[in-house]
Ligand binder design. Structure first.
Ligand SMILES: N[C@@H](CCC(=O)N[C@@H](CS)C(=O)NCC(=O)O)C(=O)O
Length: 210
């Protein structure tokens, strides 16, 4: 069991459906630090939450240390948790750039999915830009194709890019009814393996997800 430094409690500002917040929570579970984190729900889409959120951009996730230091974004927070827990198997030094690039690709798919969700959320339906939606959708499909061709076996301790990919697929399940599963069957199988190794992935309460 490893500890976060000093008073051992940090605050994680996130919202249950946030994929990037979920990435941090799953990383916290894998590193064994989850119980030392206080979760504070903020809705990044609600301007009133901006008062609570220490991130001046009112984005989640944000981590606040007891010293008051602010950490954003999800990659920085995950790397911090990995470092504090000394669980370097999640991001081995010798493979660091390679794994971070894979992790960035997984995040990029999530970002494209978020942009599609936001296009509907923040525009009148009559103004929704179909070209923009198609452009983002193509990124999702091309990204999933790439991961199908470059899949890696889920390690006993999953690597950070694997956590990112699992979170991406989970977000596509949440927002797009799991449509990806019919075309990307290998990734669906891969996600089943991930879930077996990281049972917390299936938690559906606010500790991880809704
Ligand atoms: N690159 C950031 C992305 C964070 C992000 O976009 N979070 C979304 C929720 S998952 C958000 O806060 N959206 C509100 C907004 O963009 O105003 C990270 O990895 O943490």
């Amino acid at each position: 069991m490893y500890d976060l430094p000093e008073t051992q409690l940090v605050k994680l500002y996130s919202s249950p459906p946030s994929p990037f917040g979920r990435k941090v929570k799953i990383t916290a579970h894998i590193t064994g630090l989850f119980n030392q984190i206080e979760l504070i729900d903020v809705d990044a889409n609600d301007s009133k939450s901006a008062v609570l959120n220490p991130n001046p951009l009112n984005k989640v996730p944000a981590l606040e240390l007891d010293s008051g230091e602010l950490m954003v974004d999800s990659r920085v927070i995950c790397e911090y948790l990995i470092k504090q827990s000394r669980r370097s198997e999640l991001l081995p030094e010798m493979n660091r750039e390679h794994l971070l690039s894979r992790a960035a690709l997984a995040d990029g798919i999530t970002e494209a999915a978020l942009l599609m969700v936001y296009e509907h959320r923040f525009r009148d339906e009559s103004q929704v830009d179909l070209n923009w939606l198609n452009r983002q959708n193509q990124k999702i499909l091309d990204g999933l194709e790439w991961f199908t061709d470059n899949v890696t076996e889920v390690a006993e301790t999953p690597t950070l890019d694997q956590v990112g990919l699992a979170i991406t697929l989970g977000y596509l399940d949440l927002r797009f009814s799991g449509e990806w599963r019919t075309r990307f069957t290998d990734l669906a199988l891969w996600l089943t393996q991930f879930e077996q190794i990281v049972p917390e992935y299936q938690l559906t309460d606010s500790r991880v997800h809704v």
